[in-house]
Design a protein around this ligand. Structure first.
Ligand code: C5P
Length: 238
């Protein structure tokens, strides 16, 4: 089955999103990521609107609170019909399990429960920062893998991870465990502030289940062409 790269809609408001989506054919069903920037400006309505347009939505809000609060929040997010959403693994297994329970509660009978993934260590966190700020005294990779295993034990579907971690996580978790990876750049494109990037085809080889792509599509002169090219590379059709 053809897989769609997830386009990060890193825009400050709906107006910019509308202008961006106009560059795509109306009947092209996309998979988009709504993050904090857009959600905190436009609220749940932005998700309802994108779903009505026929797009799939990854709502990237990285919840981290007490289990009861996260469970109730997730029930509400499931009602919006999101396709993927996430929590911080640092919230613990009880919190992650509560998140999953909340999603199940909020899903309409017969509907698909949203895919729930965990953020392990943010890719902006260096090993030194993790040692100093979190007092975690193991190598960063070990902490990432530990969080991935906790997520799996709590019944989550997968993790957000750098493609460079996906290979290890893939080896140490079940076959179906999802690795969703940002930091993707087609060969020859601008890297921007991302440090550890891989190409769409390498992400596929390493074992990424989903890739998230922002600026290589949103800032392209012809976003639809950029999208198609990345999609083809991701699907091994180039
Ligand atoms: O523009 P670019 O392709 O770098 O965008 C990547 C998207 O993925 C952004 O929305 C960024 O916030 C998100 N992300 C990331 N690294 C993570 C988690 C999320 O780049 N570890």
């Amino acid at each position: 089955m053809t897989q769609r790269p997830i386009i990060a809609l890193d825009f400050p408001s709906k107006v910019e999103v509308e202008a961006f989506l106009e560059k795509f054919p109306k009947d092209e069903a996309l998979f988009v990521k709504v993050g904090m920037e857009l959600f905190y400006q436009e609220g749940p309505e932005i998700v309802r609107w994108l779903k009505e347009l026929g797009h799939s939505v990854f709502l990237d809000l990285k919840l981290h609170d007490i289990p009861n609060t996260v469970e109730k929040a997730m029930t509400g997010l499931a009602k919006l019909g999101v396709d993927i959403t996430n929590v911080h693994a640092a919230g613990g297994k009880r919190m992650m399990a509560a998140a999953k329970a909340g999603l199940i509660k909020g899903t309409k009978p017969g509907g698909n429960v949203p895919v729930l993934i965990a953020v392990t260590q943010l890719t902006s966190t260096s090993e030194a920062e993790m040692h100093q700020d979190q007092l975690i005294d193991v190598p960063l990779k070990e902490s990432v893998l530990h969080y991935a295993k906790c997520a799996e034990q709590a019944g989550l579907d997968g993790v957000v991870c750098s493609a460079l971690e996906a290979e290890l996580i893939h080896q140490k978790t079940s076959e179906t465990f999802v690795c969703l990876t940002p930091g993707i750049r087609p060969s020859g494109s601008e890297v921007g502030d991302q440090k550890r990037v891989v190409t769409p085809s390498d992400a596929r080889k390493i074992g990424s289940t989903y890739i998230v792509v922002g600026r290589p599509i949103t800032q392209a002169n012809t976003p639809y062409e950029a999208y198609k090219s990345i999609k083809n590379e991701w699907n091994g059709e180039q």
